[in-house]
Design a protein around this ligand. Structure first.
Ligand code: DAK
Length: 256
């Protein structure tokens, strides 16, 4: 069975659908490898300008597969090299949108947090329940959640495994937008199409500087921003965008 389905629902937009509905899209080792391979391929694919990752109406993903973890020893986990699977998502240069319906728990919440934009249905639920299993988040949850929603709300979730609904997650800053459950995919694709219509080099530099700058001292981050901004003045797309504005016409971007 294909564990991650890939479609091209619009020009330059790729949809990846996690496909283990019988176990709430639990992230088995095999699924994580498939997802990694897709993300690495799309990172290099010049035709892809935005990626939407989604699950199904019940779950975005209910976390790592507990069946696959119950008897796993540390050395075996290290040998699997799961870190490279997550790195492929985290380091993807294309904008990633998580379209979240239902549960985004544990590794599922961490996967959503690797995305650049999170569109959630009203019924979505976010959480890091690892503590209840005697473990802790291992794919960025202890770091990304506090950065997204602040230490004290994050600690409450991380230490008790309690969930947040979509409205709370939006108010806390974890989610970009909340829409009716049946509008999540359409809205996410709309955002992806919108991003895909922008000049690709500008999009790539914005993503790069936001992510790299977030972990750098402010002066360094501002310098990175300025350098990247200078670079974009040399692109064809900048000339086209500004000329089109002055000529009152729609621009055509080539990514050059
Ligand atoms: N793993 C395996 N099976 C799962 C699963 C999971 N995470 N979540 C659900 N399932 C399975 C259930 O066992 C059930 O299977 P059957 O009984 O039908 O065979 C089926 O999916 C339907 O589940 P429920 O009957 O429970 O469905 P409900 O709608 O009632 O509840 C739920 C949905 C998502 C609230 C519930 O299933 C649930 O609490 N699931 C577990 C959530 C969870 O604890 N997630 C955290 C997993 S730990 C690391 C990187 C990452 C991680 C760790 C290390 N390193 C790089 C070191 C990540 C860890 C985790 O994510």
């Amino acid at each position: 069975m294909t564990l991650v389905l890939m479609e091209r629902p619009a020009p330059h937009v790729t949809l990846l659908r996690l496909n283990r509905p019988e176990v709430r899209n639990a992230l088995s080792p095999a699924l994580r490898v498939e997802l990694r391979d897709h993300m690495l391929g799309l990172s290099e694919d010049r035709d892809c300008r935005a990626i939407v990752i989604t699950g199904n109406e019940k779950a975005f993903a209910a976390g790592a597969d507990i069946k696959a973890m119950v008897a796993t020893e540390p050395a075996e986990m290290m040998a699997h090299g799961d870190e490279t699977n997550w790195a492929a998502i985290r380091n993807c240069p294309k904008p990633v949108i998580a379209a979240v319906n239902g549960y985004a728990l544990g590794g599922g919440c961490e996967l959503a947090m690797c995305a650049d934009v999170i569109i959630a249905g009203k019924g979505a639920r976010f959480g890091q329940p690892e503590v209840r299993l005697g473990i802790m988040p291992g794919a960025g949850g202890t770091q990304r959640l506090p950065r997204a929603i602040g230490k004290h709300r994050a600690m409450l979730m991380l230490l008790t495994g309690s969930m947040m609904d979509a409205e709370e997650a939006f108010a806390a800053g974890l989610v970009s937008k909340v829409v009716p459950d049946d509008a999540v995919l359409a809205e996410s694709l709309k955002v992806a199409v919108d991003i895909a219509s922008m000049p690709p080099l500008a999009v790539a530099e914005i993503k790069r500087v936001v992510l790299a700058g977030a972990d750098a001292p402010l002066d360094t981050a501002i310098m990175m921003e300025r350098r990247a901004a200078y670079l974009l003045f040399g692109t064809e797309d900048k000339r086209e965008a500004m000329t089109a504005f002055l000529e009152k016409r729609k621009p055509t971007f080539t990514g050059a």
